[in-house]
Design a protein around this ligand. Structure first.
Ligand code: ASP
Length: 710
């Protein structure tokens, strides 16, 4: 008995010891001893550009992750990732957002406009080509321009040599390491299944970024290709995509402490940055965004209250803002609680001492941290204006549309490689589609209100920061009248008008005298100035960051894993609870009983009648977690994830699907800056809950058959 428990403790300690930070790029898999960690797969079975491997099933879908789960291109991802598509499909007559969506046949599947799928095929290091191009003495803005152009050239060449592939170059370490990724790129994606909101978004924003959690944040989509098997735009003649690999679902799920891993496309982390950056985020940028987003959310929620049509129109925007709003609050709390800026300053003091201890090093890096400080001081000086100009354009669908039309008129006459990326031939369809989607959600009262506020704030800037446009616009007191007239007269709310004018020359656009086009023209000088300023800043920052990583690696005596950048990564760990605060312990599973306990009948704690009935009747089928005697809902684990990992499959040692990642605990929002074994916990839906909902609540036999589960 004693022996057994000692073995138990040793096992627990050894698994605890190997929970570690790391979003490993495929190129870094050789850093870890997969077998020793707990994988029953080799690196080649995980990623193999020359043959079939699990990663063939892992896709980037519209900024989230998803995975193929059937031979006919079924994709499992999050409800919040498919939210835009569910919203597009919904109307007051067919309120799929509220009631859920289930296409009973392929012809009923709903085209998810704007969604694309990327599958990683291969990668190669192109750093030397890029760094060579930017070498030599140049000003920083010129460096950035040359770098961007070189990247575009390499991409164009690689896409020419590999017809049908989408090529992207990702900065692994700014100013230092660049990887070229080759992607299969699919453009016809359809919505197949979404649970009702009372499951898919149960707990809403109150529970977002929170553990314990009871959200069934999953949805099912399908990728299509042309009859010739090649990527094609939406067409009813298209056929389901046959992935090289699809994930097997393990109905048994997982148990506490079990090993698991995640493959996905984490968006952005900022771990290889200095205290100056964290300080800027904490004291300048994030509080500003929290204020502005909080206000917009409140206003749009009020506008949504009495009209379901308006609520549907605004839902995607509210959800996006609210997600960032709460994430930033978590980060701000974490930064303060952990005093992260101070902790990083102390690390930097040690780094500075290391630099000083060697005269050659001192000569090369002695001033590096001061230069970072100067960089952020400079950023701070214009931040109020820069943030305003960014927010101004995003505050209004009409101004954004006008800005895009106007910019297109300037960019399109240029040679392709010299255009801003969004206007290059390879991106043009997407840019146009994006405009159409923005206009579909256009709601005049929100547009007018937010634009008025942002423009008003321009007038309040100190004289030295006031943008050029204020020399053209009427005085602040005339602004309301000016905007009312502009909204009344503009044609930009009409997608047909907009598409007909996309690609018109600047002169033709100005001839329309549309007030928003004229406003976009008047703002153009300010946005040009901002772009140029940012090119210069980005050139400077890249150089500093490259040196910082160099010297920090020398100091630590090890090489680092690059920050997340939306490229394919692997992270591993265990199903594990944690202690969010002193004396509190959170277990790693929630169950359906918890949904029933939380259900109040009022949003956001309003689950479905079907769920309550199935619970009351104990209609659990084979989906119970035997250790809990309940159907599990969500699981918690110590893997290293961030935004973009939403929709990532959670896999067991053999690579079978046992969960679906969708969020992090509140304390783990700080992951983006620093990872900790103690508080970094991510949240997924237990596969048994997904199957239970499909089987017992939705009667989705067709999908279960297709997934090979029934
Ligand atoms: N729920 C998150 C997101 O919205 C996922 C995460 O950041 O962990 O991206």
């Amino acid at each position: 008995m004693l022996r057994k428990s000692i073995i138990g403790i040793v096992c627990l300690l050894s698994t605890l010891a190997i929970a570690e930070e790391g979003m490993y790029p495929m190129s870094d898999l050789n850093r870890v001893d997969l077998k020793q960690i707990g994988f029953q797969l080799t690196a080649n079975q995980i990623f193999n550009p020359d043959s079939i491997s699990i990663t063939d099933a892992i896709i980037n879908i519209g900024g989230c992750t998803g995975s193929f789960i059937s031979p006919q291109g079924l994709i499992l991802t999050n409800h919040h990732c498919a939210f835009g598509a569910i919203q597009q499909a919904s109307s007051t007559e067919h309120d799929y957002l509220t009631n859920g969506f289930h296409a009973k046949s392929k012809t009923e599947e709903f085209p998810a406009k704007g969604y694309t799928v990327r599958i990683t095929e291969s990668y190669r290091d192109v750093s030397s080509q890029i760094l060579e191009a930017v070498s030599g003495d140049r000003d920083f803005a010129a460096r950035t321009k040359i770098k961007d152009k070189k990247i575009k050239e390499i991409i164009a060449q690689a896409e020419k040599e590999n017809p049908g592939m989408r090529v992207e170059i990702s900065e692994m370490f700014p100013g230092r390491t660049y990887m070229l990724f080759m992607y299969t790129y699919l453009k016809d994606v359809r919505l197949v299944y979404a649970p009702p909101i009372g499951i898919g978004n149960f707990g809403g924003e109150e529970d977002n970024w929170v553990w314990p959690r009871h959200t069934g944040d999953f949805s099912i989509m399908r990728a299509y290709v042309g009859p010739d098997g090649k990527a094609a735009d939406y067409n009813t003649a298209n056929v389901p995509y046959a992935p090289r690999v699809f994930l097997k679902i393990d109905k048994q799920g997982v148990q506490e402490n079990e090993f698991a891993f995640i493959l996905g496309y984490p968006g952005r982390t900022y771990r290889h940055t200095t205290s100056h950056y964290l300080d800027y985020e904490e004291s300048v940028r994030m509080p500003w965004i929290v204020d502005w987003y909080g206000y917009q959310i409140e206003q749009m929620e009020t506008m949504s209250k009495t009209d379901r049509g308006v609520a549907i129109k605004l839902s995607d925007r509210i959800k996006g803002l609210a997600n960032t709003y709460k994430n930033y609050q978590g980060k701000l709390q974490g930064l303060r609680r952990l005093d992260l800026v101070e902790a990083r300053r102390q690390e930097e003091a040690k780094l500075q001492a290391f630099i000083k201890s060697d005269s050659a090093r001192q000569a090369q890096y002695g001033n590096l941290l001061n230069e970072f400080a100067a960089y952020y001081q400079d950023l701070h000086k214009t931040s109020e204006r820069d943030m305003l100009l960014d927010a101004l354009q995003r505050s209004s669908a009409l101004l954004q549309t006008a800005g895009t039309l106007y910019q297109a008129s300037i960019e399109l006459p240029k040679p392709d490689l010299e255009r801003e990326s969004a206007y290059m031939t390879r991106n043009l369809d997407r840019t146009k589609q994006q405009l159409q989607l923005i206009l579909e959600d256009y709601y005049q009262p929100a547009d007018r209100l937010f634009l008025g506020i942002m423009m008003g704030k321009l007038y309040d800037l100190p004289a030295s920061l006031q943008p050029h446009v204020l020399r053209i616009l009427p005085g602040k007191d005339k602004l309301p009248d000016f905007l009312d007239k502009a909204f009344k007269k503009s044609n930009l709310h009409d997608p047909k008008w907009v598409m007909a004018h996309f690609g018109s020359s600047t002169a033709e656009l100005l001839k329309t005298r549309d007030p928003f086009i004229l406003l976009a023209r008047d703002l153009d000088q300010d946005y040009q100035m901002l772009r140029e300023l940012r090119r210069a800043r980005s050139g400077r920052l890249e150089q500093l960051l490259a040196q910082y990583v160099d010297v920090k690696q020398a100091y630590k005596g090890e090489s680092f894993i690059p920050d997340a950048n939306s490229t394919l990564r692997l992270t591993y760990g265990h199903i594990r609870g944690y202690s969010p605060r002193d004396a509190l312990y959170s277990a790693p599973f929630t169950t359906v009983r918890g949904i029933i306990e939380k259900h109040t009948g009022k949003d956001p704690y309003q689950t479905t009648d079907a769920l309550r009935a199935a619970y009351a009747a104990e209609n659990f089928g084979e989906y119970i977690n035997p250790a809990l005697g309940q159907v599990p809902v969500d699981i918690l684990y110590d893997m290293d994830t961030t935004g973009g990992n939403s929709g990532s499959p959670v896999l067991n040692a053999k690579g079978d699907l046992i969960g679906l990642n969708f969020d992090r605990a509140f304390e783990a929002t700080i992951n983006d800056y620093a990872w900790s074994t103690l508080y970094s916990r991510s949240i997924g839906v237990d596969v048994r809950f997904i199957l239970w909902v499909l089987d017992k609540l939705s009667g989705a036999e067709d999908l279960l058959h297709e997934m090979g589960v029934k």
